[in-house]
Design a binder for this molecule. Structure first.
Ligand code: MEV
Length: 307
């Protein structure tokens, strides 16, 4: 039994989405987390092997807050099981701390592999809800956008607490994702933003409103195939993220380099404080923008298409 889930990027609206404003996220299907499971002898219990992290754990002896054990516990409980006899192997090509939803994708792959192993066909929303429960333990106050986009694997227009809304893409939008190489802790950055919001709610709510307005306008631009307008909205979103205090010089340098090389728009993506920058490009300018991003410090540049 083998299962997987993609990475993701947030096109517009991170952080503001935690406070109820809309945001847009898209899956990045070429980088994935995978989980496969094979039977183990009766009574052996569940062993989880995380190849990239070079660790393995036995569920019966795992710490209750171990991230991999938590997703297995939650899934088995949801399936009405206490344990099962198997060896579950997890791998991921999604950069950890890269703002690309690696934690949510690993959880989604594990949920799917365990459910598939016992022959349960879980609806997407149930998988997403299980991943959300795990995200809550790791991140404190997640909006739910990461679990939604990696489980449904389609572009989402997301408002916290509302049913999933998808939308059409007027024309394919080439996007570069540049990993700054600086690990980002979503929990730490989301927590820092919360403290600033509590200290000055009027200012931060106004910033979140302005970000949300741009997410609404961006959905129209994407549906209408208006890449120029989408790029401008991404630039404005980056400036607002700077005002919220989640950018940093290394991310600003990547954004400036992409724009100078001809990108239609660029911004940090995800929690910030490290992680990734995304750049919207026109067909034909991707190579020049990639070279500029690498020269400005990107350790990895992925090409994807929003479609
Ligand atoms: C993280 O991918 C996006 C944030 O908005 C947090 C969240 O929505 O839970 C920073």
């Amino acid at each position: 039994m083998r299962a997987s889930a993609p990475g993701k990027v947030i096109l517009l609206g991170e952080h503001a989405v935690v406070y109820g404003r809309p945001a847009i996220a898209v899956p990045v299907s070429q980088v994935r987390a995978s989980a496969s499971i094979v039977p183990a002898p009766p009574g052996a219990g569940l062993t989880i092997v995380a190849l990239d992290l070079e660790r393995s754990l036995h569920l019966g002896e795992a710490a209750l807050d171990d991230p991999l054990a938590v997703v297995a516990f939650q899934t088995l409980a949801h399936l009405g099981l206490q344990d099962l006899d198997g060896v579950l192997t997890v791998t991921s090509a999604i950069p950890i701390g890269g703002g690309m939803g690696s934690g949510a994708a690993v959880s989604a792959a594990v949920v799917r592999a365990l459910a598939g192993f016992v022959g349960a066909d879980l609806p997407l929303q149930e998988v997403s809800d299980l991943v959300y429960e795990v995200e809550k333990l790791h991140h404190g106050t997640p909006s739910g956008i990461d679990n939604t986009v990696v489980v449904y694997e389609r572009p989402v227009y997301f408002v916290r607490g509302q049913p999933l809304a998808t939308f059409g893409v007027g024309r394919p939008l080439p996007l570069l994702i540049a990993d700054s190489g600086i690990p980002s802790s979503t929990r730490a950055v989301v927590g820092a933003v919360r403290r600033r919001w509590e200290a000055d709610p009027l200012r931060y709510d106004a910033l979140f409103d302005r970000i949300g307005e741009r997410a609404v306008a961006a959905r129209d631009a994407i549906e209408g195939g208006d890449a120029g307008n989408l790029g401008r909205l991404m630039d404005q979103n980056h400036q607002l993220l700077q005002e919220i205090g989640v950018s940093m010089p290394a991310l600003d340098r990547l954004v400036e380099a992409a724009l100078a090389a001809g990108a239609l728009g660029a911004k940090l993506s995800g929690a910030g404080g490290g992680g990734s920058v995304i750049a919207l490009v026109e067909a034909g300018t991707g190579a020049a923008v990639e070279a500029a991003l690498r020269a400005a410090g990107a350790v990895q540049v992925l090409h994807t298409v929003v479609a």
